[in-house]
Design a protein around this ligand. Structure first.
Ligand code: HPA
Length: 272
């Protein structure tokens, strides 16, 4: 069975469970899953029920798909994602995006926890992703191209939609939430970076570092979906502060800013 057929089957299953017609899919990063519980008239499936859908094993990634309404708009929230560092092929990591494409969802909001490289940032800063640098050493579009998904050489010059970024800025301003913006560098993980790597990434023009998002953004764009990316700076990147990095800090910070985070997401979706 091709990945296309698998995506069609998964999309059919989700349509049968009421997920058709969503205006946006929101992928929730580490510790940011609470948005899924803020939807009105919610319904859900667990990842394990969806044909071909990979389940994530990381703590803080629940693994469920929640449908519902935000400001009257049909939304699906993906709480939990599969990461490259789990050893899964990129085709699996980005399968959810393929399914969103086959479901006809026109846009995705990708959220993540990230380390702050830009020294103007601090723990809890929210950063709109202007663009990314993919340093994962691989690309999810490697391999035979299925033209039913998109072209062999897709353009990525506006991978994060300027229009959606404007809406997010408006939403943040209205909610009184400070919203920074910058470049996200995607790394393979799972180890956190070394201080020398972080200095190098800063020279390259990166403002934040994380282990997700870029593959999903590439695959979503390949299918012509619009993409918005928002990072929660859960910690300053390695070497920026004189202290070690800890996954618990990531989860704690994400939890601390969840109210602000949800306000920006809701305001953005409400403006679509
Ligand atoms: N580096 C990479 N990924 C991350 C970080 C980090 O500092 N924080 C949260 N995700």
């Amino acid at each position: 069975m091709t990945q296309f057929d698998e995506a069609v089957e998964a999309a059919e299953f989700l349509r049968g469970r009421g997920f058709g017609g969503a205006e946006v899919a929101v992928v929730l990063g580490s510790g940011l899953g609470d948005f899924a519980d803020s939807l009105a008239e919610p319904f859900e499936v667990s990842y394990g029920e969806i044909p071909h859908w990979p389940a994530s094993g990381v703590i803080g990634h629940a693994g469920r798909l929640v449908g519902g309404l935000v400001g009257g708009r049909r939304v699906m929230a993906l709480a939990g994602r599969v990461h490259v560092y789990e050893g899964r092929p990129l085709a699996r990591v980005t399968f959810a995006m393929r399914v969103m494409g086959r479901l006809g969802v026109p846009r995705v909001i990708l959220t993540n926890a990230a380390g702050g490289i830009n020294t103007r940032f601090s723990r809890g800063t929210l950063m709109l992703i202007d663009d990314h640098i993919n340093l994962m050493g691989t690309n999810p579009l490697v391999g035979p191209n299925d033209e039913r998904f998109g072209p062999r050489f897709p353009d990525m010059s506006e991978i994060y939609a300027p229009g959606l970024r404007s809406l997010a800025r408006e939403a943040a301003a209205e909610a009184g939430v400070p919203l920074e913006h910058g470049v996200y560098v995607a790394v393979h993980g799972p180890s956190y970076e070394t201080p020398a790597e972080i200095r190098a990434f800063r020279v390259l023009g990166a403002d934040a570092v994380g282990m997700s998002t870029a593959p999903e953004a590439l695959v979503a764009r390949h299918m012509g979906l619009e993409v918005l990316g928002i990072s929660c700076i859960t910690n300053m990147a390695a070497g920026v502060l004189p202290e070690p990095l800890d996954h618990r800090e990531v989860m704690e910070t994400a939890r601390r800013v969840r109210g602000q985070f949800i306000a920006v997401l809701e305001g953005t979706v409400g403006r679509l």
